[in-house]
Write a protein that binds this ligand. Structure first.
Ligand SMILES: Nc1nc2c(c(=O)[nH]1)N[C@H]1C(S)=C(S)[C@@H](COP(=O)(O)OP(=O)(O)OC[C@H]3O[C@@H](n4cnc5c(N)ncnc54)[C@H](O)[C@@H]3O)O[C@H]1N2
Ligand code: MOO
Length: 647
């Protein structure tokens, strides 16, 4: 099959308009009856009027005696009223046969039916027994300790309304009215199909070049959250026949069909062509939408059944799901709320935040930038863009919200204010400790300990320099840094200035990593091995990004040489480990933990310091105090050593 260009890239709102128009009239699906036991989370399809009074009878609220209030007037401990006890007490669950008349009382339990003639209940604590009489020591007014029939719910009263979502509060009320089956809106069935030769199921062993199917899971659960019922359809290879067969099956069972992947321009991106062949009119409505993430999105319909090919990249897939699909699902499920995720009316909390960094945008595409929020010293919100790209799976799960860069805007400057819109299902929460900077496994150890102590934290990974800048601007409590100063040949301390305090962290052993058994490195001394490798034809290195502490070390070892691979700059220790393990490079510089985790050879060079930098003005904050205490504690230092760190 030949590759075709995107039909035409349309505006976001135009794409949505076409999709909605094709599905019209759009409203809740039909009604189905379910047992109360399975009604949680369902949407009521009808108003519920109570078939009974609740309570169904005048009920005593106390253990005591049913009396005529007027017989107790004037009673006191000194001068109690003496009433004759009727021989038959009220029995739970049974209508009393006797009657309370002037000068008499009937023993009654809490929840018992108030007998004829009585208009109040005296609690047992205010009475004494005297043979077959009861002495009442306190007067009661009519109605005292009685709940009258129908005062909680009157028969015929509408208690729950159509489109109420049933939570435990509502199901309890239904039970109290004796209702055990309810009419609810049928849940839209959403078929979910992942496509791609490289996609494998979670739970199977990892394979080189393969990717776990995360879209299927996040989409299925997002469908549930929107009130739908996912119909997982598994993984289909990039083969038109396979996709066609799976699509036909999906169309037969579902109210809406979602595919992910295979919608851009690669040779395996055939899904849209299969759609074009298989779908009944109107077919494809938009393929290519001017937004980021999500450009290759394809919106289609087969009859009035929506069919959507979401981009394969996880962030793009879930973002476009929430933009275009979830609102439709909520309507079908009877859960529609009037406001859209963005635009016009408010939907959840909206806030403004300041951007700490400048940001370029493609222009020509509406760009959605997912952010993590923190606060500056004055409590103003700061929005850190999560710059991991559409292929990231953690961007969505880390995001506290997002902002929109309109099509015509090509750059947003540091310091500009942006409007933060909520990410579906997320309520930004305050944490006790915000750390911005470089990430390290050791930091995970410390933060896990803090969590056990009830100290919540948020880590925004922007690298050492970004962290230092953030702590200077007062945007966080601490920065994790490993910054090398060549002039003093030392770490971190030279970068401290007025108002910043160093909290000692730990060391990480840096060295040369290579595939175990490689005679060019095995058993040699690091500097000498790199010197020789740099002269050997065919040896390929992998470099670190400029500005990183490790890069400075690489330069030192290379002594001005530029072996093959020098221009390839990975941005983390793990990336160095992967490149060497997978044979894309023969050596690189990383920390020994990476070598150990991947079974690589390691030639030690020197220790790098990972410390925390705190603003002096924040040292006494409880979260920061706890961080300092934990880092100094012997348990944490032992745990750090256990992870191979020098503590
Ligand atoms: N030459 C061009 N290439 C690309 C363009 C373009 O305009 N011209 N658009 C880019 C954009 S933007 C996006 S977004 C991606 C989307 O591509 P597809 O929707 O065709 O998705 P795939 O190529 O199949 O996969 C992309 C990526 O996502 C991974 N993936 C796929 N399915 C899953 C899944 N179920 N779970 C987890 N991850 C999944 C897949 O392995 C790929 O890594 O195209 C750009 N390319
Ligand atoms: O649209 Mo893609 O989602 O930008 O990466």
């Amino acid at each position: 099959m030949k590759q075709e260009q995107f039909l035409s890239v349309v505006d976001r709102d135009e794409a949505e308009r076409r999709f909605r128009a094709a599905l019209e009239p759009l409203g809740p699906l039909g009604v189905e009856e379910v047992a109360l036991a399975g009604a949680l989370g369902r949407v009521l399809a009808e108003d519920i009027a109570s078939p009974v009074d609740v309570p169904g009878f005048d009920r005593s609220n106390m253990d005591g005696f049913a009396v005529r209030a007027e017989d107790t007037y004037g009673a006191s401990e000194q001068a109690p009223r003496r009433l004759r006890c009727l021989p038959e007490p009220v029995v739970m669950g049974v209508l009393p046969v006797g009657e309370v008349t002037e000068g008499t009382a009937m023993a009654i339990p809490t929840g018992g039916v108030v007998p004829r003639g009585a208009d109040a209940v005296v609690m047992v604590e205010h009475t004494r027994l005297d043979g077959d009489h009861v002495l009442v020591e306190k007067p009661v007014t009519p109605g005292r300790a009685i709940t009258w029939a129908g005062t909680d719910i009157a028969q015929g009263e509408v208690v729950l309304r159509a489109f109420d979502v049933l939570s435990s509060r509502e199901t309890g009320v239904l039970a109290a009215m004796g209702v055990d089956r309810v009419g609810v809106v049928r849940r839209p069935r959403v078929a979910i199909l992942s496509t791609g030769d490289e996609i494998i199921r979670p739970g199977t062993p990892p394979l080189p070049g393969r990717i776990y199917d995360s879209n299927q899971v996040i989409l299925a659960d997002a469908v549930r959250e929107a009130g739908g019922e996912p119909v997982p359809c598994g993984i289909t290879p990039d083969a038109p026949e396979a996709v066609r067969a799976a699509l036909l099956d999906a169309l037969a069972v579902a109210d809406l069909v979602l595919l992910s992947g295979g919608t851009s321009k690669g040779p395996g991106d055939l899904n849209v062509q299969v759609l074009a062949e298989v779908l009944a009119p109107p077919g494809i409505l938009a393929h290519g939408v001017a937004l980021k993430p999500g450009k290759p999105l394809c919106l289609a319909a087969s009859g009035r059944k929506g069919v959507v090919v979401l981009p394969g990249f996880p962030t793009s897939a879930i973002f476009t799901f929430h933009e275009f699909v979830a609102p439709v699902l909520r309507i079908l499920a009877g859960r529609a709320r009037p406001a859209r995720l963005h635009g016009g009316e408010a939907d959840g909390a909206r806030t403004w935040a300041r951007l700490p960094v400048s940001l370029g945008s493609d222009g020509g595409r509406t760009e959605y930038v997912l952010v993590r929020l923190t606060e500056d010293a004055e409590g103003a919100a700061i929005a850190y863009p999560i710059g991991k790209g559409s292929g990231s799976v953690t961007t969505w799960s880390h995001a506290d919200g997002y902002f929109v860069i309109p099509r015509e805007v090509e750059r947003v400057e540091a310091g500009e204010r942006v409007e933060i819109l909520p990410v579906a299902g997320v309520r930004p929460r305050r944490v006790d400790l915000v750390i911005i900077g470089s990430h390290c496994v050791g930091l995970d150890v410390v933060l896990a300990r803090l969590a056990q102590r009830g100290v919540s934290s948020k880590l925004i990974a922007v690298g050492s320099e970004g962290g230092l800048a953030a702590v200077r601007r007062g945007e966080c409590d601490a920065a994790g840094v490993h910054l090398y100063d060549a002039r003093t040949d030392s770490y971190n301390t030279p970068f401290l200035e007025g108002g910043l305090v160093l909290v000692p962290g730990y060391g990480r052993l840096q060295g040369v990593v290579f595939r175990a058994g490689d005679a060019r490195f095995e058993g040699r001394e690091a500097a000498e091995a790199v010197r020789a490798a740099a002269q050997t034809p065919g040896v390929v290195m992998i470099n670190r990004n400029r500005g990183s502490g490790t890069r400075a070390l690489v330069e030192l070892l290379l002594e001005g040489t530029r072996p093959a691979g020098y221009a390839v700059e990975a941005s983390s220790h793990h990336a160095i480990g992967a490149a060497v393990a997978q044979g894309r490079a023969d050596f690189g510089v990383a920390i020994d933990i990476v070598a150990r985790e991947r079974g690589l050879g390691f030639l030690p060079v020197r220790e790098e310091r990972f410390d925390l930098v705190v603003a002096a003005s924040r040292v006494e904050r409880p979260g920061v105090r706890a961080l300092i205490d934990e880092l100094a504690s012997e348990e944490v230092r032992a745990a750090l050593r256990g992870r191979g760190l020098l503590a």
